[in-house]
Design a protein around this ligand. Structure first.
Ligand SMILES: Cc1cc2nc3c(=O)[nH]c(=O)nc-3n(C[C@H](O)[C@H](O)[C@H](O)COP(=O)(O)OP(=O)(O)OC[C@H]3O[C@@H](n4cnc5c(N)ncnc54)[C@H](O)[C@@H]3O)c2cc1C
Length: 491
């Protein structure tokens, strides 16, 4: 894939830079460095580029195996896509919306929220989900002082939501969404990492509902989807899948002369007076500038020899997330029984999945590719329920498939059997989703302070930026742009 960029391609020159990690943050960092004139080498441990923005082929369909959409609360991802010549590929999801499976049955998920937090507790969909007492409690938010939920002792998503809108909003709306997106209980997650800007929004707008409404308004139109965007649609995608962004970035980097090396697992990093030395297997790479674009535990593991202060700031590993993708021939699913998919509330009996994405119902381009009657279903397993452990028991592929068939049949209310399956696949993401435990935001500030003191070092990625492409793209570009071109990087 080729991008129509305005900037001329540069043959490499200037100081050398090494980027460790070829996920989206590493690729973007490499592009920023190349744009600034550095001779860049990217080292990726696996054989594929993009990290969590991966792809796989199931039943002959080229599908996203990790991230499949991006948040439109900012223009960060859409801007990058446009720079890479992908403007006309940005699409809105089907306007059907998603559902939530609660212990007392399925319900449509209100479309006007952020992380399930409603902009208006009296919206008919929200009111139906919360019940009268729940809606009354949620609307108390409007009269509470802005200090409630914004003080320093309120640090988790659940403490914020509970304080302002009550238990019903937390259990029936927020927990399923947070579980689906972050694979963790909202009581464990740092609100400022998971819902950036929300607490500042409460202070500015006076209530949580108003802060959510303001974020939704900002999201409207910022995704730049060419299709008919659902009112305030919070996400957008790319025709062909999010993995096309990686293809475009890799093509762009090649054209700029960036050296892209797969199968290079960085084992050691040493700070020398003249720069950094990275060892990957038998090879060594010397550079004045180093970008570490890995998950948190791996980044700290690599850097702690040079920066021992980082050891105490090592984040807990993220949960193991297993994704089961099934391509089924089942025309009964043409009617999109649960819209674009369904999130599962934690206490829902009999269902092990935390979310099901009906990909062919969500993305029209994929439905066209699959053809009538053929459907792509993706179920995710694994959830961090308690600090320091938890999550599902690890199942083998066959057991996961059996669970997925059972869960999909219940969730979609259409019996699905082995005989309906054209092809299937399991992808496991071990520790790839950062676990932004309470206090994470503070730790991020400390990590950045330690790294800023080391000349020529940038550390980027979802564990520092916050989970999700919108956060990672914006933060990586900001970090690299803030770095001086002479090799000493200020973070
Ligand atoms: C299953 C799943 C679904 C997701 N869905 C969405 C979504 O729909 N929308 C959204 O916005 N976000 C989504 N996300 C989150 C989003 O994909 C991530 O926030 C983002 O891609 C993280 O990028 P990164 O560059 O920080 O890290 P990564 O993608 O983890 O990249 C790190 C890279 O470093 C490599 N590496 C590791 N160790 C070494 C080493 N020692 N030497 C060299 N290379 C090494 C890895 O192989 C990897 O390629 C999802 C994540 C997952 C796991």
């Amino acid at each position: 894939m080729r991008g129509g960029r305005p900037t001329p391609k540069a043959t490499v020159a200037g100081p050398a830079a090494v980027v460790v990690g070829g996920g989206i943050s590493g690729l973007i960092a490499a592009r920023e460095l190349a744009l600034a004139g550095s001779a860049v080498t990217v080292l990726e441990a696996s054989q594929a580029w993009g990290g969590c923005v991966g792809s796989h082929v199931v039943a002959g369909l080229y599908l996203d195996s990790g991230a499949e959409s991006f948040a439109t609360r900012s223009t960060a991802v859409a801007d990058l896509a446009r720079e890479l010549g992908l403007a006309d590929r940005i699409v809105a999801p089907h306007p059907g919306g998603a559902w939530v499976q609660l212990p007392d049955g399925p319900q449509e998920l209100p479309k006007t929220g952020v992380l399930g937090i409603p902009a208006n507790p009296w919206d008919p969909e929200v009111r139906r989900s919360l019940g009268l007492a729940g809606a009354i409690r949620a609307s108390l938010d409007r009269w509470l002082p802005a200090s409630v939920g914004t003080s320093s002792d309120v640090t988790s998503v659940s403490s914020l939501v509970r304080a302002r809108m009550g238990k019903k909003v937390l259990e029936r709306l927020v927990s399923p969404v947070v579980g689906g997106v972050h694979s963790a209980d909202p009581a464990l997650l740092d609100v400022d990492m998971v819902a950036p800007g929300l607490r500042a929004g409460i202070r500015a707008q006076g209530s949580l509902a108003a802060a959510v409404a303001a974020q939704r308004k900002a999201a409207k139109g910022s995704g730049g989807a060419s299709g008919p965007a659902k009112a305030g649609s919070a996400v957008a995608g790319l025709r062909g899948g999010m993995n096309t962004l990686v293809d475009a970035l890799v093509a762009d980097l090649r054209e700029r002369g960036v050296k892209l090396l797969t199968g290079q697992h960085a084992d050691d990093v040493v700070k020398a007076p003249e720069g950094w030395r990275v060892t990957a297997g038998n090879a060594t790479y010397d550079a004045g500038r180093l970008v570490v674009a890995l998950d948190g535990p791996a980044a700290v593991g690599l850097l702690e020899k040079s920066l021992p202060e980082l050891s105490s700031l090592r984040p807990a590993p993220g949960p193991l997330v297993s994704l089961v993708t099934m391509v089924v021939d089942l025309p009964q699913l043409d009617g999109r029984p649960r819209g674009t998919g369904i999130l599962v509330a934690p206490e829902t009996p009999g269902i092990r999945a935390k979310a099901l994405t009906h990909a062919t119902a969500k993305w029209d381009w994929l439905a066209d590719e699959a053809g009538p009657g053929t459907h792509v279903l993706r179920l995710s397993y694994g959830r961090r329920e308690e600090a320091g452990g938890g999550g599902d028991v690890v199942l083998d592929d066959e057991s996961l498939l059996a669970a997925a068939l059972e869960d999909a049949s219940t969730l979609l209310t259409v019996p699905i059997s082995q005989a309906d399956i054209v092809d299937w696949d399991v992808v496991r993401w071990a520790g790839a989703l950062p676990f932004a435990a309470v206090g994470h935001k503070q730790r991020v500030a400390q990590v950045r302070q330690v790294c800023a003191a080391a000349d020529g070092l940038s550390v980027v990625g979802g564990w520092l930026a916050g989970n999700g492409l919108a956060a990672v793209v914006a933060d990586t570009r900001a970090q690299l742009k803030a770095a001086p071109a002479d090799g000493s990087l200020a973070l």
